[in-house]
Write a protein that binds this ligand. Structure first.
Ligand code: GRF
Length: 199
C-alpha cells in the first residue's frame, strides 16, 4: 500500500503538481489520495482533477466559527485516511482539532529560511528586509505560525533587481525539490519526527 497523502492547497498548485508527477513513479512510494482547499476556482484543484485525484473545498466564510471549521477540515481529511498531510501553499492555519488528529504527520513548505520571515509573505518580507540569501523551509506543522520543527532547508541567493515574483519563483524550484525529498524520506521512515535540540 503506497504511503497516502492528502494535500491542502489555496492557489496555483505548482508544489502539488510536483507531488502528483512524483507519485506517477512507483519508486516514490506515495499516492495523493485527495486534494483539499479552503477556496474553489483555483488552479491547484484543476490540476488535481486533471490527475483524477478526488478534491474537496472547505470554505471559511467571514465570521464563521473557526473552531468548527477546523473540526470540519479534520473530518474531511480523515475520510481519506492519510499517512501524511501536506500543506502546499495552503493559506489557513489549522487548529487544535486538526492537530489532535494529524499533529506530527503534517508538513508545510515555506518560501523563506525559518524562523526568519514567517507568515503569508515570506519572499516579499525577505526581499523588503534586504537579505542577500533567502530560501525554502519544510517544517512539521504545530500550533504556531510556521514555528514547527524544521525538517529541511535550502538557500537561495537574492539577486540584484529581484522582484518578489522572480525571487519567489526561484525559491519555489528549491521548495519543490525539498518537498519531494522530505515526503520520500517520511514515506520510507514514517515515525513521527521527534523534536531536535530545541525541545
Ligand atoms: C509556495 O511558495 C508556498 O510555500 C507558499 O505559497 C506558494 C504556493 O505555491 N505558501 P503553489 O500554489 O504551490 O504554486
Amino acid at each position: 500500500m503506497a504511503f497516502g497523502l492528502v494535500v491542502l492547497v489555496s492557489g496555483t498548485g505548482s508544489l502539488l503538481q510536483a507531488l502528483l508527477e512524483a507519485c506517477t513513479d512507483p519508486a516514490f512510494g506515495c499516492e495523493v489520495r485527495a486534494v483539499g482547499s479552503d477556496r474553489d476556482h483555483i488552479q491547484a484543484l484543476r490540476r488535481a482533477e486533471a490527475a483524477g485525484v478526488p478534491t474537496f473545498v472547505h470554505p471559511l466564510p467571514p465570521g464563521a466559527d473557526r473552531d468548527a471549521w477546523d473540526a470540519g477540515l479534520a473530518e474531511q481529511v480523515a475520510r481519506f485516511d492519510p499517512d501524511l498531510v501536506v500543506s502546499a501553499g495552503f493559506m489557513k492555519l489549522v487548529g487544535r482539532h486538526f492537530l489532535a488528529r494529524f499533529g506530527g504527520r503534517m508538513i508545510n513548505t515555506h518560501p523563506a529560511l525559518l524562523p526568519a520571515f514567517p507568515g503569508m509573505h515570506g519572499a516579499r518580507d525577505a526581499l523588503a528586509y534586504g537579505v542577500k540569501i533567502s530560501g525554502a523551509t519544510v517544517i512539521l506543522v504545530d500550533e504556531g505560525v510556521d514555528t514547527g520543527q524544521i525538517l529541511a532547508q535550502a538557500a537561495v541567493d537574492v539577486l540584484d533587481g529581484d522582484t518578489v515574483d522572480s525571487l519567489h519563483d526561484r525559491i519555489k524550484v528549491e521548495e519543490r525539490r525539498l518537498l519531494l525529498e522530505t515526503v520520500h524520506h517520511l514515506a520510507r521512515a514514517p515515525q513521527p519526527a521527534t523534536r531536535s535540540a530545541h525541545g
